[in-house]
Design a protein around this ligand. Structure first.
Ligand SMILES: *Cc1c(COP(=O)(O)O)cnc(C)c1O
Length: 404
């Protein structure tokens, strides 16, 4: 986070200048932050050089995907749309993994026709469908089995996926049964065991538990997996002093796991790659003062960035220009949409704010723009990229005429 002469900078450009040039609400991505996140991720795990497939559902911007692909990452997709987008961004089929609990037969056919690297299957019915397609095409198809390790990710319950009550993955019993059933199949080649226990994980302990559980089931299955897909979920710091995942420790845990289980590791990170590289610039429409609190009514809303409304997520909101004058009143930052959950943040005090001031909602690179909608018939914001002194448009602001 950098202020220069009291002005908030994204790379070398002030947020106010960007807001003036492109209008608000505006998604801004930092090219160098994205590149550094990728480099750091690769560095943490370089001891076993994993295959890293970016989770497209966290951000599906075409140009960002292209940068991510050129940086050496593949893609983890969860729909035909995401698969098409990854291909359009020039990510090679051999670097694409298809996840998801409800892939349709049409999606499976399409993925197989594109010869993608791996389909992570989550139910017996899905494998039966894949087998039918394989028989028809007279070929053997590589699949992974997604296992539900019944491990608590210790994150928000809305973004936990690895507990037995969640819809994801196969139970231990099913998993073992399917290995037995398909290990000598002529059409299905189980090459991977995959897991993904949830998102925004900030401690290595859930991962440690998960690795222990996988270790046991591999022994029980008595089967050699060429790949172990550990999913994503690495958390970022949304709050100044928030917990931070210790990548070094996670990496060591995996290294010791690999001593016994020789396999290539796959990761599917989303948030940790793009989360803190994105900002949402917004302008204050009104400051509405009541006895108890000040409502700061912004020109961005839950349709632009849904995480607070959807998961009660809290994102830091920073002023584009620092001031020393503080107002000791509760400040509630809200959008103009007619929903009480259209609220970003409540703080006990804030610097003095005025109509038209520009604010920065931080860490919105992941699960930001992808969750935007036209609710209240509001056009979707534009997205831009900043690289040092330069800015360029990634996606144009939606025109009202295209939604009305
Ligand atoms: C959402 C998802 C991811 C990415 O999770 P992050 O927390 O953004 O890293 C990876 N794998 C699967 C199967 C997912 O559903």
């Amino acid at each position: 986070m950098t202020y220069k002469n009291k002005h908030f900078l994204i790379e070398n450009v002030s947020a106010e200048k960007l807001a003036r040039k492109y209008g608000t609400p505006l998604y801004v991505y930092s090219y160098n932050k994205l590149r550094n996140n990728i480099k750091n991720f690769q560095k943490y795990f370089k001891a076993f050089s994993p295959m890293i497939c970016f989770s497209v559902k966290s951000n599906s911007n075409l140009k960002l995907l292209n940068i991510i692909g050129r940086s050496g990452l593949g893609a983890d997709v969860v729909s035909k749309g995401e698969l098409l987008k990854a291909l359009k961004a020039n990510i090679k089929p051999k670097n694409i993994v298809f996840s998801g609990v409800g892939k349709t037969i049409e999606e499976l056919k399409f993925a197989i026709s594109k010869k993608i690297f791996l389909i992570n299957a989550e139910s017996e019915n899905e494998i039966i469908e894949i087998e039918k397609i394989a028989k028809k095409n007279k070929k053997k198809i590589n699949i992974g089995l997604r296992f539900n390790p019944d491990t608590d990710a210790k994150t928000l319950k809305e973004i936990s996926t690895g507990k037995k009550e969640n819809k994801f993955g196969l139970t231990k019993k099913e998993f073992l049964k399917l290995i037995k059933k398909y290990k000598d199949s002529n059409f299905i080649n189980i090459i991977c065991l995959s897991v993904h226990i949830g998102s925004q994980i900030t401690s290595h302990y859930p991962y440690k538990k998960m690795l222990n559980v996988i270790n046991k089931i591999i022994d029980e299955a008595d089967y050699k997996f060429r790949y172990i897909d550990l999913g994503g979920g690495m958390g970022i710091q949304y709050k100044k002093n928030g917990n931070k995942l210790n990548y070094q420790k996670y990496s060591y845990l995996i290294q010791s796991f690999l001593k016994k289980n020789h396999a290539k590791i796959i990761f599917e990170p989303g948030r940790s790659i793009i989360g803190d590289a994105g900002y949402l610039l917004t302008k204050i429409i009104y400051v509405k003062k009541t006895n108890k609190r000040y409502f700061i009514i912004l020109d961005s809303a839950m349709n632009d960035m849904m995480r607070p409304a959807l998961y009660k997520a809290e994102h830091m909101i920073l002023p584009s220009k620092l001031s020393k004058t503080y107002v000791n009143k509760i400040h509630e930052f809200v959008g103009p949409i007619c929903e009480t959950t259209d609220k970003f943040l409540t703080t006990p005090k804030y610097q003095k704010l005025n109509q038209k001031d520009v604010l920065i909602i931080c860490d919105v690179g992941a699960y930001g723009m992808v969750l935007s909608s036209n609710y209240n018939l509001r056009p979707k914001p534009s997205e831009i990229l900043v690289n040092k002194n330069l800015s360029s448009i990634l996606t144009k602001r939606q025109k009202l005429i295209s939604i009305v």
